[in-house]
Design a protein around this ligand. Structure first.
Ligand code: URA
Length: 260
């Protein structure tokens, strides 16, 4: 409710209304009931705000601060944006339209009732972690080169890279669009004619990992993104989507700020 408190004033601002919304609107956005039915619930004395029954209609709440209960059950504040991860299979492009008519990642998403867009790009052949959101500011922060959010890939490459080649990748190689920033590179496995290497880069230039390995004479055969900053793909099956947990969204935002 719009009473004065220090926490509230931090969020709400001077006029007391910045992010406050009417209780019935909050309840309907949270999926509890339609706005009309929510008004009936309020009038019937079924709704409490911060422990107090509210029956008046003009009351406003701040979703991040006020605790709203219906019939004694706390209502989770509605999420204002959608944040998803997808395990992108090979063959899908990360644009929203493809002039060549290839499958697009949007084809893999359930019907969300909202348009989400990919955060950055993966090549059509690359598999693994792709974030999608309808939060433009969040996408911008994560993609901006200034923020250097690390991205980790598993690469299967041709041949057996020497320690010297791996060190070159770590130190930075000079590509056509300039030198690469220092990377973390670990040789995981040697196979017949190929090797598995884990590489973490802190920038996101076009086909960067492929170009880096080609530069040291070991073209990439398969590329899979495992992690973006603090968020890992885990065991999400290929082609599947899941919503990010609120703590994952918060961790990504802070990684974008600190480059962690
Ligand atoms: N680097 C690449 O070369 N391709 C990708 O899809 C991502 C990073």
């Amino acid at each position: 409710m719009t009473t004065k408190s220090p926490t509230r004033s931090d969020i709400v601002g001077d006029d007391g209304s910045l992010r406050a919304e009417r209780l019935q609107k909050f309840l309907s956005r949270a999926g509890v009931a339609s706005r009309r039915a929510a008004e009936e619930m309020i009038a019937a004395g079924r709704v409490r705000v911060n422990g107090e029954v509210v029956t008046a209609m003009g009351v406003k709440v701040v979703p991040e601060v006020d605790v709203v209960e219906v019939d004694g059950v706390v209502v989770a504040p509605p999420q204002t944006h959608l944040y998803l991860m997808l395990n992108k299979p090979a063959g899908y492009v990360t644009t929203l339209k493809d002039p060549l008519g290839r499958p697009i990642v949007a084809d893999l998403l359930p019907d969300l009732g909202r348009r989400v867009f990919p955060v950055g790009r993966l090549d059509a052949e690359t598999t693994g972690l792709l974030l999608l959101t309808d939060d433009g500011e969040f996408a911008q922060m994560l993609m901006h080169p200034r923020f250097h959010v690390p991205k980790t890939y598993l690469a299967r490459v041709e041949g057996h890279p020497s320690e010297r080649s791996l060190q070159k990748l770590r130190d930075g190689v000079v590509l056509a669009d300039g030198p690469t920033r220092p990377a973390d590179v670990t040789l995981l496995e040697l196979r017949e004619g190929s090797a598995i290497v884990r590489i973490t880069i802190r920038e996101g230039r076009k086909r960067q990992v492929r170009r880096m390995f080609r530069h040291v004479g070991h073209p990439v055969i398969d590329l899979h993104r495992e992690r973006i900053g603090p968020v890992a793909l885990g065991d999400l099956p290929a082609g599947a989507t899941r919503a990010l947990e609120p703590h994952e969204v918060a961790a990504l935002m802070s990684a974008a700020e600190t480059g962690a």
